[in-house]
Ligand binder design. Structure first.
Ligand code: SF4
Length: 455
């Protein structure tokens, strides 16, 4: 007779907020799976529900509280973790029945809280963790988190007060994780942190041995090593750098992009261009020569995509400041831009700044910046029509009922998942799957997306 094991407890997970939070959720789930827990896709089947919250903006807090409320109503056995977990009193006041509240990155505490709420079945005989850990993102792309916290004190941001100062991971640990991810099927690595250019500043760029050579905990060394990873078929993964501030050493990674070792893509959250607004924001690497450097980067690597985000309506922003930003954008010709209306965040220094911008003015500036950046994006994408570009497939469609043709949603090197555009493909043929990388002819473009066919 076969041995019958008791059913393993099941965990439900609600993950809110940014990709960084997703990485935390993945880590927690990986640990719980290795402790013998199973996952539940719905509230009803879960013994405990974990809500991984985000507390960055007041609107994110609202969303987090709503998610906790929903989990309480649907299941009732809820553990709260993540950024909002640092406000345990507020959560307990609203939801006295929550089983436990733990803060951001307190992996052990969350796992212990789950053990207390629903003890694991001892002696699980099987290793439940697939190589590379459990991932909530599709298997073909993975976020690689290189540090926690931030040494800057931007006046609109409360992340340093929630997450503390910069703590960088060891370079060999980062590279080992990246290597494992790639050998487990990841085709695209997305490097994330609060400030990727500052990686290793806290450890004085401590070098470690990696593959018989000394590698520093430094963005340039890391980028060079990541660019040398190969999958089982000997192919290089795409490697994308996010949250990069334009410190001088960023110039050193541009040649790596030109050589094809790094995806020619930089995500630099400029937030503004006007010197007085940048000063009031206390932004890092705020210097006047950025436009010259962008021109130089494009001279070295003409295909580089620069993505950024901007805040309009920051306290004290005048019409002249805003016009400066629009003119700057005309010059910079950034490929991808996200814009936000300034929103005060509880606890942020910026809230006390004079010169609050009326909502109607914020809205009007928001519309103007969106119009400007959409026009730049449309022109840049139109210039790609007729070119042959590599794409990575995110999803393959079902065969068309009439002619059997198959379409797919893919991305070019200019598109990071979830935040940028897509390349919609026709007639991809049979046998394609998510993560495949191949060349396509770009046939059409609109404001944000491209359309193409495999060559
Ligand atoms: S760089 Fe500024 S905005 Fe980014 S996490 Fe640090 S303080 Fe916040």
């Amino acid at each position: 007779m076969a041995t019958k094991f008791p059913d393993a407890p099941k965990i439900g997970m609600v993950s809110l907020g940014c990709p960084k939070n997703l990485v935390d959720s993945e880590r927690i789930l990986t640990k719980l799976r290795s402790d013998g827990y199973q996952m539940s896709a719905d509230y009803a089947g879960a013994d405990v529900v974990l809500v991984n919250t985000c507390g960055f903006l007041d609107s994110a807090k609202e969303e987090s509280l709503e998610a906790i409320g929903e989990a309480m109503a649907e299941n009732g056995r809820v553990i709260v973790t993540g950024c909002m977990g640092d406000e345990a009193e507020l959560i307990r006041a609203k939801f006295p029945q929550v089983l436990a509240v733990t803060g951001a990155h307190q992996y052990e505490q969350v796992v212990n809280a789950v053990h207390d709420a629903s003890p694991p079945i001892p002696n699980a005989f099987v290793d439940l963790v697939p190589e590379g850990g459990l991932k909530l993102t599709p298997r073909h792309y993975s976020y690689l988190k290189i540090s926690e916290g931030c040494n800057h004190r931007c006046s609109f941001c409360i992340i340093p007060s929630i997450r503390g100062d910069l703590v960088s991971r060891r370079i060999d640990a980062v590279l080992r994780e990246a290597e494992k991810l790639v050998s487990a099927g990841t085709k695209e690595l997305l490097v994330i942190s609060q400030d990727t250019s500052a990686y290793g500043v806290d450890t004085r760029h401590e070098p470690r041995q990696w593959k018989g050579r000394e590698v520093r905990a430094h963005m340039t060394d890391m980028a060079r090593e990541l660019g040398q990873l190969r999958d089982a078929d000997g192919k290089a993964p795409w490697v994308r750098l996010h949250y990069v501030y334009p410190y001088p050493h960023v110039d050193q990674v541009i040649p790596l992009m030109a050589q094809g070792l790094l995806t020619p893509y930089l995500d630099i959250p400029f937030q503004h261009a006007s010197p007085s607004v940048l000063k009031a924001m206390k932004r890092p690497a705020n210097e006047a020569k950025v436009l010259d450097r962008i021109h130089k980067w494009r001279a070295i690597c003409p295909d580089i995509t620069i993505r950024s985000s901007f805040v309009v309506g920051f306290p004290g922003e005048t019409e002249a400041d805003f016009q400066y930003l629009l003119d700057w954008l005309d010059e910079a010709q950034l490929d991808r831009v996200g814009a936000f209306r300034f929103e005060p965040v509880e606890g942020a220094a910026a809230n006390a700044l004079p010169g609050a911008v009326p909502e109607a003015v914020k809205e009007e500036r928001y519309q103007r910046i969106m119009e400007k950046t959409a026009a730049i994006s449309a022109a840049k994408l139109a210039a790609k029509v007729g070119r042959v570009l590599p794409v990575i497939v995110d999803e393959v469609g079902e065969p068309d009922e009439e002619d059997g043709s198959i379409g797919a949603t893919a991305r070019s090197q200019a598109d990071a998942p979830e935040i940028d555009g897509n390349v919609f493909l026709r007639d991809v043929g049979e046998g394609r799957k998510a993560g495949d990388i191949f060349d396509v002819l770009i046939e059409d473009a609109d404001e944000h997306d491209l359309y193409g066919v495999p060559v």
